[in-house]
Design a protein around this ligand. Structure first.
Ligand code: PMP
Length: 373
């Protein structure tokens, strides 16, 4: 934490109090980087060729990414104004929070969830209201509904939840959204939607198609399943007037032409995409089963990552992974998120998890309680 008196200019105190951004450690040549939920596969066919052809870097990009918006609009059966493209879905989330919440207003989200949520609320000058997850690391939507006040301006629902893994079900979301005042924005963050295999999961596109809740905006990204994290491109689907408000707060021209053509090319490679997504989901399910077998109490995992509830032992457990050449993402005092990466990493992850679980004290929250005990 920085002491505001050390800064040579006047910085808003809530900004001065924020910890500086720290990216997960980059992996050395012999380590597996399992800390950022990236896609372990090479870019989809056609992407590199499209990038090679997009060489007019002396020109600004098309400000609205019109071709990509048209393509996504056709895919989801909506008008082009119902699609907004940003430099990563996190930048669209920042725009939506900024457009809706100012000082004194409240932004509700589950916790623990994506680290950007509290940060975005603070940067907008709003008050972050976090609602604890349930025992099994799921959103507690009734508690989130109960946290709504007349100052609530935005509510973020993350399904599957980063970093813990479980989905929100369609039934849970439907029961929740009817309790939200119609002038409060609900952002359904579906960054990992493509990896979901549980048929009960909420599907934002279905919510939008039903048309009953124009205050819901769905966020998706090309960073995860589509494997374009390095190019920064994500999108929102929702009511054109809400997306106009987001567009009004955006930094112009931040989606590059390269990001746009790569996204278009990866949309052309649908079959390859689905094959990879299936492979990652299968790898994930195998990893979860093996980790549970070792004794870890791993919550349902529906993204491209798994969660070890290591609690007070988080940093020492993460160190054991690190020592074995596995870069994971620890959240001190809470748990460890491990991305589903290369096939060769799966067995290594299980081996270390098995070795460290033995050191957890009896009755530790991260330990599976066996049936009948
Ligand atoms: N939402 C969630 C839940 C995420 O985990 C992430 C990435 N970690 C994002 C949004 C942002 O993704 P991007 O900006 O790369 O689209």
């Amino acid at each position: 934490m920085t002491d505001a008196s050390d800064i040579p200019i006047r910085v808003r105190p809530e900004i001065a109090a924020l910890p500086p951004y720290k990216q997960g450690r980059q992996a050395g040549a012999d380590a597996f980087k399992l800390s950022s939920n990236e896609n372990p596969f090479d870019p989809l066919p056609g992407v590199v060729e499209a990038l090679h052809a997009a060489t007019a870097v002396n020109r600004y990009p098309d400000a609205s990414a019109a071709r990509l918006r048209e393509r996504l609009a056709a895919r989801f059966g909506v008008g082009t104004d119902s699609i907004h493209v940003g430099a990563g879905s996190v930048s669209i989330l920042a725009q939506l929070v900024q457009a809706t919440a100012s000082p004194g207003d409240e932004v509700i989200y589950a916790w623990r969830s994506f680290e950007a949520y509290p940060w975005l609320a603070v940067v907008a000058g709003a008050t972050a209201v976090h609602v604890p997850l349930t025992e099994d690391a799921r959103h507690d939507l009734p508690a989130m509904a109960a946290a709504i006040t007349d100052r609530t301006r935005a509510i973020i629902v993350c399904s599957p939840n980063n970093p813990t893994g479980p989905i929100v079900t369609q039934a849970e979301f439907d029961a929740f959204v009817v309790q939200v005042p119609s002038d409060v924005l609900v952002v359904l963050d579906e960054a990992y939607a493509e990896f979901v295999t549980d048929p009960a999961a909420v599907d934002g596109t279905r919510v939008l198609a039903a048309g009953a809740h124009p205050n819901v905006v769905v966020l998706r990204t090309f960073s995860k399943a589509f494997g374009l994290a390095g190019l920064r491109v994500g999108y929102a689907i929702g009511h054109p007037r809400i997306l106009d408000a987001a567009r009004s707060t955006s930094i112009p021209l931040s989606v590059t032409a390269q990001a746009e053509v790569a996204a278009l090319a990866s949309l052309d490679a649908e079959e390859d995409l689905l094959a990879r997504v299936r492979e990652i989901a299968e790898r994930r399910d195998r990893l979860v089963a093996a980790l549970r077998e070792t004794g870890w109490r791993v919550p349902a995992a529906q993204g491209n990552f798994v969660w070890l509830p290591a609690g007070a032992e988080t940093l020492s457990v993460a160190q054991a992974f690190d020592d074995a050449g596995l870069i994971v993402r620890p959240f001190a005092g809470d748990g460890i998120r491990i991305s589903v990466g290369e096939e060769a990493a799966v067995e290594k992850v299980v081996r270390i998890a098995e070795a460290v679980v033995k050191d957890l004290p009896e009755g530790h929250a991260g330990l599976r309680v066996s049936v009948g005990s």
